[in-house]
Design a protein around this ligand. Structure first.
Ligand code: SIN
Length: 281
């Protein structure tokens, strides 16, 4: 039986029905899932009851699974590829990064080889009297590129951005050792998707700190204009989490942002895995 794909009818994203990630998955089924991710940028699989090992195995179908620099503090025993995003404390200590990704970004743009895909699995979702909190928003960078006037597209094509790990505020202090692993890098600000060939904007505030050949003010203005354009409502999907959701996003097509509209005793716990990508072109 093949999958059923239900687009969100928002700026990007689709729900995939009739998949149980706890069951073995043949190549044909995985190819359908991967093609849906390519087309929609974000996929949602509801009601999944999977172990950490099963999440890592599903992630590995998309490519080599990375071990996050936070996993040594916020990992799961036996599954170093899973890193916890959470505001929960145990014996006075946080079990995960509490405010991860609260600004628009795409994962690991500060690295020479950014992440291809990221997967979040909702274990606990905060709520207030039945209203779920802690949504995640996604924005379609390819649709944002398509919507630009040709004259601006022409001006942007060929421009290179500088991306710096130190540009963004993070959920917790980062060690000097980690910072040293990520010296500033350069990427095209108009990126070609390595699988579909579709072009998309690869620029955001904070992580993208400059444009090669432009002075600071001119570059910042362009970064601000494009960052705002990408998150126009017509390009955005806002995911409202339910326990058991597995959401995968393509970091070339989608930017994302976590909504921090909850606090203890409202608890949020996500298992996160990241799949390595390729050098942007
Ligand atoms: C992230 O940026 O990876 C976190 C997203 C979220 O927790 O909703």
């Amino acid at each position: 039986m093949s999958i059923e794909v239900v687009p969100t009818n928002a700026g990007l994203g689709a729900q995939i029905k009739r998949v149980d990630l706890a069951k073995p998955m043949d190549d044909e089924l995985f190819a359908e899932i991967e093609a849906t991710l390519d087309e929609h940028g974000v996929i949602v699989l509801r009601d999944q009851e999977i172990t950490p090992e099963q999440q890592v195995a599903f992630s590995a179908r998309f490519g080599e699974v990375a071990v996050n620099h936070n996993a040594k503090d916020f990992g799961i025993d036996g599954s170093p590829e899973i890193y916890l995003i959470s505001n929960i404390t145990k014996e006075g200590r946080l079990i995960g990064t509490p405010r991860a990704g609260s600004e628009w970004h795409t994962d690991m743009s500060y690295a020479k080889v950014p992440a291809r895909a990221t997967m979040l699995h909702a274990i606990e979702v905060p709520e207030l009297d039945g209203l779920s909190l802690g949504d995640t928003e996604f924005a379609n960078t390819a649709a944002a590129w398509d919507a630009l006037p040709p004259a601006l597209q022409e001006k942007l094509a060929g421009l290179t951005g500088t991306f710096d790990f130190r540009g963004r505020k993070r959920g917790r202090p980062i060690s000097e050792e980690t910072i040293a692993q990520y010296p500033p890098v350069e990427h095209p600000i108009v990126r070609t998707h390595p699988r579909t060939g579709r072009k998309g904007l690869y620029v955001m505030r904070n992580d993208c700190t400059g444009i090669v050949g432009m002075n600071v003010e001119e570059a910042q203005l362009l970064i601000d204009v494009l960052a705002e354009h990408i998150i126009r409502p017509e390009f955005v999907y806002r995911h409202r989490w339910c326990v058991g959701d597995v959401v995968v996003w393509d970091n070339c097509t989608a930017q994302h942002k976590a909504m921090i509209d909850y606090d203890l005793p409202q608890r949020r716990l996500m298992w996160r895995t990241t799949v390595k990508g390729s050098v942007p072109f």
